[in-house]
Ligand binder design. Structure first.
Ligand code: SF4
Ligand code: SF4
Length: 275
């Protein structure tokens, strides 16, 4: 690419609600100026125009890989793109679609919901895109924050790789001087293990964090969060469901799910033997 050429960009959706593309469209006051810095080759939510074979400098991908069709589409995007940015929790870790991963197989789930003809459906266990292809950058959120996507895009335009956030919501909560809802009110706040970047929006409104930006990769102490919430009197299954809502594919949460399900299976077996 010469200095006079504009970077070629594509914005794609896999399985998800389309909310992350919508957040980009919501950059209204600066959207036209921003987009004019790129050659847009695909932007599903903005235009039906697309160049399906064009090579891309940057591909922004939202949504999880939840179908074989998603996977084929993702592989083609990877082949034609120099850089892939996963935008939103679905693309990073599978998000709410992955809530039940690890609890039962996809076949069992399909059978429970749709009956016997499971082969009819084009499904895969929902996963983030880095489970299948290399991803150069992840921008978390459900949906993403407009400011973060803008920061990432403008940094890349200047030739800099944006930094990823590796500290928890609690840091932003403290910087804002908000009272701690976990300590002071005993609310089941997930702030200590969740990726910051929302400026502690919920605690700022007096609401506990439900973890919509996903756990901090390789940094979250899930076991400690569980201990704290158990001490506060919350039930193990309630805590687990809360953790799984946005973190079903997160390794430590899956380990916890396995441990707790084995424990409850053991309890059920001993009840059956007693009766
Ligand atoms: S309210 Fe939640 S996010 Fe804020 S400091 Fe307490 S635990 Fe952390
Ligand atoms: S749920 Fe947590 S991570 Fe999501 S916006 Fe609220 S405070 Fe931020």
């Amino acid at each position: 690419m010469t200095n006079t050429q504009k970077p070629k960009i594509g914005i794609f959706s896999l399985t998800g609600c389309g909310g992350d593309q919508l957040m980009i469209l919501n950059l209204e006051p600066i959207l036209l100026d921003l987009l004019s810095r790129f050659e847009i080759k695909d932007f599903q939510e903005a235009s039906s125009y697309k160049e399906e074979e064009a090579e891309l400098d940057i591909a922004l991908v939202e949504g999880s890989v939840s179908t074989k069709t998603d996977l084929e589409k993702l592989k083609k995007i990877r082949e034609r793109s120099k850089m892939i940015i996963a935008i939103g929790d679905c693309a990073i870790g599978g998000c709410v679609q992955a809530m039940r991963n690890g609890q039962m197989s996809m076949e069992e789930r399909m059978r429970k919901v749709y009956g016997v003809d499971v082969d009819y459906y084009d499904v895969l266990e929902p996963k983030g895109i880095s489970s299948y292809v290399n991803v150069e950058l992840e921008i978390p959120g459900c949906p993403i924050e407009k400011s973060q996507v803008l920061h990432a895009i403008t940094s890349l335009l200047h030739g800099d790789m944006p930094e990823e956030i590796d500290y928890p919501v609690c840091v932003e909560c403290k910087l804002n001087g908000y009272p701690c809802l976990l300590v002071e009110k005993g609310l089941p706040c997930l702030g200590p293990i969740i990726t910051a970047g929302c400026d502690a929006r919920c605690p700022g409104l007096g609401l506990d964090c439900i973890g919509c930006r996903g756990p901090i990769r390789d940094e979250s102490n899930v076991a400690a969060e569980l201990e704290v919430l158990l001490e506060k009197g919350y039930d193990e299954e309630y805590i687990l469901n809360r953790l799984r809502f946005f973190g079903g594919n997160f390794e430590d949460i899956q380990k916890l799910t396995k441990r707790i399900s084995e424990k409850s299976k053991g309890r059920r077996n001993s009840h059956e033997e007693d009766s």
